[in-house]
Design a protein around this ligand. Structure first.
Ligand code: ZN
Length: 325
């Protein structure tokens, strides 16, 4: 069981949370039955007031069925799945707000599912593990309590930009700097810009190195390249977030995001070195690197930042706002 839990945690920490509504924004129609209203323009400081627990239910696709779940109970399972309970309390709170925002935006604007706001698949929407499954897999009650407290301490709180729920993307580790949304998805969001993200070095995938033989590399690209690897690589351009924007290989120009997929890289922030027989690629960070870095959030919390400060750093120009029932 312990091993299964570790594998689940690893999957959850893949940092692969994708912007569910992002790809469908143009075609998305606002749902007519708005169940909540959003108060706008509340300054960050206002959130220091005591938080009342909100009663909101959301339809969640779990195990092939749509179930109505109380929002904060669902979010407890999301944070259990998405972030180690050993992370700082303020990082857990930041994660809770981001997961709540992601969920409510999907609920309002239409996410990837017809009858549900979100699903429990980490590769599609957000990871989720129920407290009972977490305990059965070897997790402790103390961890569950710690995470539930972080969710309840931020109950009802979401991030907005100009009155709208933001596209609250997040990921595991940036490698030191986050990425512009436009560089990864082509859509520009004023609050999803590249920012510094120091202190992530303890992350398992802060840097990774992968070595391809010449033929493995050619096979990943789906083409034969002439000469030896040392002569394959031409001009590389970079994004503001330090990712590869484009890279010339064998006379063709590839997008960094496409290379990440083709080569199975942990991020688009990578460097290549090549010799006569092989290609060595070193990546920084893990995930799409857009929005909040989970390891960066923890590093900020260690240094004394509050969850509001963490959120204001990773989603610049946004407001911490309270949902109205
Ligand atoms: Zn989903």
């Amino acid at each position: 069981m312990k091993l299964i839990w570790k594998e689940m945690l690893l999957a959850a920490m893949m940092g692969l949370v994708l912007p569910g509504a992002m790809l469908g924004i143009a075609a998305t129609v606002e749902t007519p039955e708005t169940i909540i209203e959003i108060t706008t323009g509340v300054p960050t400081e206002a959130t220091q007031a005591p938080i009342e627990k909100r009663s909101i239910t959301v339809p969640i696709l779990a195990g092939g069925q749509v179930v109505q779940m109380e929002l904060d109970e669902y979010l407890t399972g999301v944070v259990l799945g998405e972030m180690p309970a050993s992370f700082e309390e303020e990082a857990l709170k930041a994660q809770a707000v981001v997961a709540r925002t992601y969920t409510m935006r999907a609920q309002h604007r239409g996410g990837r599912h017809d009858a549900a706001a979100v699903c429990t698949d980490s590769t599609c929407c957000q990871s989720y593990i129920s407290p009972s499954d977490y305990l059965a897999a070897g997790g402790t009650q103390n961890s569950v309590d710690r995470i539930r407290n972080a969710v309840l301490a931020t109950s009802g709180q979401v991030l907005t930009y100009e009155g709208d729920l933001i596209e609250a993307t997040y990921f595991s580790c940036s490698g030191g700097v986050t990425e512009d949304a436009a560089a990864v998805w082509g859509a520009d969001y004023p609050y999803l810009k590249s920012v510094s993200s120091p202190g992530e070095e303890k992350a398992a995938h802060y840097t990774d190195t992968v070595v391809f033989t010449a033929s493995q590399f050619e096979s990943a690209l789906g083409r034969d390249l002439s000469g030896t690897p040392s002569g394959w690589f031409g001009v590389t351009t970079y994004t503001t977030g330090g990712g590869v924007a484009t890279m010339e290989i064998g006379g063709e120009v590839y997008q960094g995001t496409d290379l990440r997929t083709m080569l199975g890289l942990r991020s688009t922030a990578f460097m290549v070195s090549a010799d006569l027989n092989s290609v060595t690629i070193t990546t920084k960070g893990f995930g799409h690197r857009v929005g909040m870095s989970q390891y960066g959030a923890d590093a900020m919390a260690v240094l004394g930042s509050t969850y509001a400060q963490i959120l204001a750093h990773y989603y610049q120009g946004t407001s911490l706002t309270t949902l109205e029932n």
